[in-house]
Design a protein around this ligand. Structure first.
Ligand SMILES: CC1=C(/C=C/C(C)=C/C=C/C(C)=C/C=C/C=C(C)/C=C/C=C(C)/C=C/C2=C(C)CCCC2(C)C)C(C)(C)CCC1
Ligand SMILES: [Fe+2]
Length: 522
């Protein structure tokens, strides 16, 4: 069985009642909105990379024991321009598109000179996030698209650049209990400086505030890039009560290459390079002073997309991430590789570096220790942090678990010491075959798997007034490749990892990226 990554997926905008096997807990009420790439070719043109696909959102609305499903394309400017032209005319990370393919290189240069860089895509197919009372579809460009999470309609386009000089912004913000959102982005060569900016979008003050939440955005701090013309790529960051953790990895954008990419006819992705010979800086920002702590933490070269969580304990900041030894993840999702090689990741030319869940510990004090001493004093981790000269500390992680991705936790524990992580298990094939729960304390794993079933990200929803961390359910959208069987929303008891219910939908489910659960009350 294999998943056809490059096939265009149909939208099902009419709500369809799912057929429920099992019983949904009566407290579970709300909507799981998810997104991912859904359209890969328009007319005669196709995208090169799976992440480029035009966004298809879908939602599972859980109400009074029933589930209704719908899906809709994100109708942004990119979608409209491509559909109108009947071909791909807007560039994505892995595909450089030219409005008129008949133009030769000279007219390409003219086009380039006329509008130095083409307008960027608003194909927001990576995640659904909340700012104030509003929900947005997002990828990582300066554009996000407001959506109606109930109807999945596409609403206004919001440009971060109107509020802050941000060229790239993550699709993985953090939220606090007060309803504030924290995110970070990169400002490239603005006033001859490149920097990473962490900002806060305050909670909406009134229930029905019509103005975009971003207008109240506040800068928390900015971190100068290691180098002006090669800022690092990052996909997420972590937050505790008192700190932000940002990994400046040697996986970098080359701005000079980007500036000429359009003219040279190469995609944006070819302007990103992993530098294994360089180290990875770990920035720790004190939320109270809004400044970086003076200690310079670093580790070996690595590539991280997803942070799991971070917390403070006994004068340490501990954080877990999913780390790779190189940047092969991106390459492996080129559609020609996925389709031709039967989705077998191991058979691509470059060996695929498998993701590992790793724990780092950053000591906050060194209490007069000598150079060469391991400053980590926590009993439960083998992560080390060796003091060097000039305020530098070399960190080595503990590997918690291998072959896992898209981590989620009980978000009530974000920034606090967590015990359980829910992830998809990835092997040598380009589909996830299992959902796993990792107990980071005992390293024990619980798994859910079913024949020919490919689950997506495992989203944890806590039972109201729960006391235990894993008292709740896991929701995951599952593609069922068994002929004649339907895909479903799987509901697992997060504690026992036993199936509670399946809500089978009469629509084709697609492989998606991330999503957001909106409880009914909000
Ligand atoms: C650069 C730049 C630009 C552009 C941008 C763009 C266009 C972006 C996009 C972006 C994006 C669009 C992104 C995305 C991302 C994603 C990710 C990062 C993902 C990840 C994934 C994963 C990790 C996976 C996993 C797995 C496996 C491995 C197996 C099977 C299953 C699964 C799927 C789970 C501009 C022009 C503005 C300018 C400046 C600079
Ligand atoms: Fe992500």
């Amino acid at each position: 069985m294999e998943y056809d990554y490059g096939k265009n997926k149909e939208e099902s905008p009419e709500p369809a009642e799912a057929d429920i096997a099992g019983t949904l807990p009566d407290w579970l009420q709300g909507t799981l909105v998810r997104t991912g790439p859904g359209i890969f070719s328009v007319g005669e043109t196709s995208y090169n990379h799976w992440f480029d696909g035009m966004a298809l959102m879908h939602s599972f609305t859980i109400k009074d024991g029933g589930v209704s499903y719908k899906s809709r394309y994100l109708q942004g400017d990119t979608y409209k321009a491509n559909m109108e032209a009947k071909r791909i005319v807007v560039s994505e990370m892995g595909t450089m598109a030219y409005p008129d393919p008949r133009k030769n290189i000279f007219s390409k240069v003219i086009t380039f000179l006329n509008h130095a860089v083409p307008d960027f895509t608003d194909n927001c197919g990576n995640n659904i996030i909340r700012y104030g009372n509003d929900f947005y579809a997002t990828s990582e460009t300066n554009y996000i698209r407001k959506i109606d999470p109930v109807t999945l309609e596409t609403l206004g386009k919001v440009d971060y650049l109107k509020y802050l000089p941000l060229n790239l912004v993550t699709s993985h913000p953090h939220y606090d209990k007060e309803g504030n959102t924290y995110n970070m982005g990169t400002s490239i060569a603005d006033k001859a400086k490149s920097k990473y900016i962490i900002f806060k979008v305050p909670a909406a003050t009134k229930e029905e505030d019509a103005a975009p939440a971003l207008k109240n955005l506040e800068v928390i701090c900015s971190i100068p890039c290691r180098s002006l013309l090669t800022p690092s790529y990052y996909h997420s960051f972590a937050m505790t009560d008192n700190y932000f953790i940002f990994i400046e990895q040697p996986f970098k954008l080359d701005i000079l290459k980007m500036a000429t990419a359009y003219m040279r006819g190469v995609n944006w992705a070819s302007c990103m390079k992993f530098h294994p010979e360089e180290n990875t800086l770990i920035h720790l920002i004190d939320r109270r002073t809004k400044k970086e702590v003076v200690t310079k933490y670093y580790t070996d070269s690595m590539v991280v997309y997803h942070h799991v969580n971070a917390f403070e304990e006994d004068d340490h900041v501990v954080f877990d991430v999913i780390a790779y030894d190189d940047d092969s993840l991106y390459d492996m999702f080129y559609l020609d590789k996925l389709n031709k090689k039967n989705g077998n990741l191991g058979s691509s030319n470059k060996a695929y570096s498998s993701p590992k869940c790793k724990r780092f510990a950053l000591p906050l004090t060194d209490k007069g220790s000598e150079v060469g001493a391991d400053l980590v004093k926590l009993k439960y981790t083998t992560a080390s942090a060796v003091k060097e000269k000039d305020g530098k500390v070399l960190c080595q992680p503990e590997v918690l678990c291998g072959d896992v991705e898209v981590p989620r936790i009980n978000y009530d524990y974000n920034g606090k010491k967590h015990r359980f992580v829910y992830m998809t298990k990835v092997g040598m094939s380009a589909v996830a075959t299992k959902i796993i729960k990792l107990d980071v304390e005992t390293k024990k794993k619980q798994e859910w798997t079913a024949e020919n079933c490919w689950p997506s990200e495992a989203v944890f929803i806590s039972r109201p007034n729960a006391v235990e961390e894993d008292d709740g359910v896991i929701l995951t959208s599952v593609i069922n490749a068994t002929p004649g069987e339907l895909g479903f929303l799987l509901v697992l008891d997060a504690k026992t990892f036993k199936e509670i219910a399946r809500a089978r939908v009469k629509a084709e489910l697609h492989m998606d990226m991330h999503g957001h659960f909106i409880p009914q009350s909000s």
